[in-house]
Design a protein around this ligand. Structure first.
Ligand SMILES: Nc1ncnc2c1ncn2[C@@H]1O[C@H](COP(=O)(O)OP(=O)(O)OP(=O)(O)O)[C@@H](O)[C@H]1O
Ligand code: SF4
Ligand SMILES: [Mg+2]
Length: 325
């Protein structure tokens, strides 16, 4: 398969401050093709940000990638030296983090924060770097706001403007893959709509691939080509977006989408959003059977003691459940 990125059986664990071990990723398989937008959906704690940070190898010190492979442009990221990873980050592989306000340097002009990325990864002189940074800001900000923003400090910008600066940083060196971790989660509805328009334009260009982490089915529907749904550190179902949103197969995915998709009965005053009964498994333990077993309304006898197999990282469409073997 001609994929830009292949993640194979990725396991990540965190050592806890009280001696326990958190199993955050428990065998993730997925792939991203050139020009494709892969959406990642999953409830809080399912391992989405851990996956994003693993890809860029920016996990905190108490994390360990204990098993698996991540092959990007034909190279196993786990076998690259720190220097090689530094060359790759920003240049070929970039990230738009969950909170733009936290990722910008508060004492540095935003234009300089973009030229920093260019200086580190792209071979050009100071004048060209400045022109390039202004051009990207200009493109991402309507009217003349882009050029005047070059001299601004992050605290002088709105949340939407900060998010555009972070997107500009990610785009600066034309990476082939951008991992965006809930890029609109911290924004109000109007600003979210503006940022989504930016993503729509970037997608239409088809010049780069995206992994787009989101809780929002509207974003998935509009912006992604395929969706991978995570539960308890595994991808339990993935496939073309339309197929996942309209005909999900895995019982967890069916339940999650029933909670997330707009429902007519929500308009009835006092009616609450449906949620899947029960809670995800404790990530400090390891289950012998299917992780979703305690919450699954379709479970069969073998689900308690055996784990359903995966079809691997290379399949475009797969579901990890005994009902579909
Ligand atoms: N630095 C850390 N130390 C210990 N455990 C961690 C650390 N970071 C994440 N975890 C744990 O790893 C698991 C996966 O967390 P992660 O942040 O990847 O989830 P997520 O799907 O991104 O959630 P959210 O939707 O809330 O952002 C959780 O159980 C979380 O508590
Ligand atoms: S394997 Fe069994 S418990 Fe797990 S999701 Fe499928 S039916 Fe439910
Ligand atoms: Mg997260």
């Amino acid at each position: 398969m001609n994929a830009l990125l292949i993640v194979d059986d990725l396991h990540v664990r965190f050592s806890g401050s009280h001696g326990g071990t958190v199993h955050a990723l428990n065998g993730v398989h997925l792939h991203v093709r050139a020009g494709e937008v892969l959406g990642i959906l999953g409830e809080s704690g399912s391992g989405k940000s851990t996956l994003a940070k693993s890809l860029l190898r920016i996990l905190p010190k108490n994390a360990e990638i204990s098993r698996g492979a991540m092959t990007f442009e034909g190279r196993n990221l786990l076998q690259l030296s720190e220097r090689e990873m530094n060359e790759l980050r920003g240049a070929r592989l970039a990230m738009i983090p969950q909170d733009p306000g936290l990722s910008l340097n508060p004492v540095m002009k935003v234009g300089d924060q973009i030229t920093e990325v260019l200086r580190a990864h792209c071979n050009s002189d100071a004048h060209r770097r400045r022109v390039h940074a202004e051009d990207i800001l200009q493109r991402l900000l309507p009217g003349n706001a882009g050029r005047s923003m070059y001299e601004a400090y992050p605290h002088q910008l709105s949340g939407g403007q900060q998010q555009r600066v972070v997107i500009a940083q990610a785009l600066a060196c034309e990476p082939t893959l951008i991992v965006a971790d809930e890029p609109t989660a911290a924004l109000d509805a109007a600003t979210e709509a503006e940022i989504l328009e930016v993503f729509r334009e970037l997608k239409a260009e088809r010049r780069r691939s995206f992994i787009l982490i989101t809780h929002d089915p509207t974003i998935l529907r509009e912006l992604t080509d395929r969706v991978a749904v995570m539960y308890a550190g595994r991808v339990v179902e993935q496939g073309p977006t339309q197929q996942i949103l309209t005909h999900p197969r895995h019982p967890y995915v069916k339940g999650l989408l029933a909670c997330l998709l707009p429902q007519d009965d929500l308009r009835i005053p006092g009616r609450k959003l449906r949620t899947i009964a029960g809670a995800p498994p404790d990530p400090r333990g390891t289950a012998s059977g299917c992780n979703f077993f305690p919450r699954c309304s379709e479970r069969i006898e073998r689900c308690e003691s055996a784990h359903p197999g995966t079809q691997g990282a290379r399949e475009d469409s797969q579901v990890e459940c005994f009902l579909y073997e």
